[in-house]
Design a binder for this molecule. Structure first.
Ligand code: BG6
Length: 468
């Protein structure tokens, strides 16, 4: 299915996300014939480039999509690019350019307004979209964190809804666009194998662990405003928790899926400061754009609980941080021990209970860590993983998260986008923690974060460092 002809307006078109993901994603989609037959991309932002916008885009593609750029592909893509400056106070020229582009594309044309702007710029931009008429008959795409607290999220949603119906709002949480995240749904709800044990009777704990080796990568001022909790936990990690914790949706459509996820969030207990550890990597305060006495956290670890009967007593452990020992995106479900045990562990590894491990990487992997008979004369058990590399097994590659989501917006499919009520509920859950945030504890770069975070995961401990 090819989407209707589109005018795509990228606010923040000269920014990091546009250069790294959005423009390369649009280019690749175009090459794969997954974009509309006819489309225009209007870059926007406060400052027009000195030279040609298309030249800047070409540089971004050469840097971030090098293998995919061909002269033929570029010759088709480049003429569709233009740049019109705009700001929260001034969107007149842009609105005129969009009207003109739509007229060129003809009657069925649609507009996508992609707001890749800092969190503090969201509300004024939304007001501008309303005032200039740009929002009319357009789909609006927003980048997380969708406000900075409950009051801010409610205000932002109310401001949006003044001009745009919820069915035209696409809140991007790109983790939902990852093949592996959708893989969680398939694993759970397309097999008879997992769902029967996906509950407190069989699962002892759940960990959603997303350490990153990367530091700030020049995003100091964004990060100062945001911090690890808002950047990752209340957004990406919470959405993954939603997929892991929710009940089966009635149907696979945006309404039913998001109802099921919202119900999972409704059942979560508020996040307690006493069950959270924040950290800050040593050297953070020397980064460009960061205050010398900054209290922004670059690491967050939390223990949270669901009040749903399915998860009675099961801790959900969430962890993420910058400048850590490894880059991973791992969901681990630790199973309970068999009720009746006849084996003793043949070696130390077999002392660990079974785990279901989901690697939410570009190359999704599912593993079930089993105890098996250790080869040899004794009837002893050891530990071995049953591992499935999905793409390798099927010899097929998936779409990159942003590509998938950009296309979904064009098709008007909200399945993998966060709905207003979900987002407000997550901020409501976060309120106690944000009212009394733990002071960030310094940790060494390249480590697993502050030692204090270990206690949160007792008695099982964090699974990741042991897992390679
Ligand atoms: C972004 C965050 O949303 O996700 C970044 O702002 C983070 O701080 C990134 O590094 C991680 O995404 P991915 O796709 O590399 O796991």
């Amino acid at each position: 299915q090819r989407p209707d002809p589109h005018v795509v307006v990228l606010f923040g078109a000269r920014g990091d996300l546009a250069r790294r993901k959005l423009l390369p994603g649009l280019y690749r989609l175009a090459r794969a014939s997954l974009l509309p037959e006819d489309f225009r991309i209007i870059g926007s932002g406060r400052h027009a480039p000195d030279g040609d916008f298309a030249e800047e885009v070409r540089e971004a593609l050469d840097e971030h999509a090098a293998g995919d750029v061909t002269e033929e592909g570029w010759a088709d893509f480049a003429p569709r690019l233009s740049f019109v400056a705009s700001s929260a106070d001034d969107g007149g020229d842009l609105a005129a350019a969009v009207r003109e582009a739509r007229a060129e594309l003809g009657d069925g044309a649609r507009t996508m307004l992609y707001l890749s702007v800092p969190p503090s710029a969201m509300r004024p931009m939304v007001a501008m979209l309303g005032a200039t008429g740009l929002a009319q008959d357009a789909r609006v795409v927003m980048e997380k964190p969708f406000g900075a607290d409950l009051a801010g999220a409610r205000e932002l949603n109310a401001a949006l809804h003044e001009h745009v119906a919820e069915e035209d709002v696409f809140r991007i949480d790109h983790f939902l666009g990852k093949e592996a995240a959708q893989g969680i749904l398939a694993l759970r709800f397309a097999n008879g194998l997992f769902e029967p044990i996906w509950n407190a009777e069989h699962i002892a704990s759940v960990q959603i662990d997303v350490p990153e080796e990367l530091g700030l990568e020049g995003r100091g001022s964004f990060y100062e405003e945001t911090g690890a909790f808002r950047d990752m936990v209340v957004t990406h990690l919470a959405q993954m928790l939603g997929f892991v914790a929710m009940d089966a949706p009635e149907r696979l459509d945006a309404g039913a899926l998001r109802d099921a996820k919202a119900a999972a969030f409704a059942a979560l207990a508020p996040f307690e400061p006493a069950h959270a550890v924040f950290g800050q990597f040593e050297g953070y305060r020397d980064e460009a754009g960061v205050e010398g006495d900054s209290a922004t956290e670059t690491f967050a670890a939390l223990r949270v609980h669901s009040r749903a009967p399915r998860w009675a007593g099961v801790p959900f452990l969430l962890r993420t941080g910058k400048a850590m020992a490894q880059t991973r995106r791992t969901v681990t479900l630790t199973l309970r021990e068999p009720a009746h045990r006849i084996f003793t562990a043949g070696d130390a590894s077999a002392a660990r209970p079974n785990e279901i491990v989901l690697e939410l990487t570009e190359d999704p992997r599912v593993a079930v860590d089993l105890r098996v008979k250790a080869p040899g004369p004794d009837l002893e058990v050891t530990r071995a993983p049953l591992t499935l590399d999905v793409q390798r097994e099927l010899d097929q590659e998936g779409l990159e998260a942003y590509e998938r989501l950009l296309r979904d917006v064009m098709l008007g499919d909200q399945l993998l986008f966060a709905r207003a009520d979900e987002v407000e509920r997550l901020w409501e859950l976060a309120a106690p923690l944000l009212a009394d945030p733990p002071a960030p504890i310094p940790y060494a770069q390249g480590s697993w974060g502050p030692d204090e975070a270990r206690d949160l995961a007792a008695p099982t401990g964090w699974r990741l460092p042991d897992h390679d």
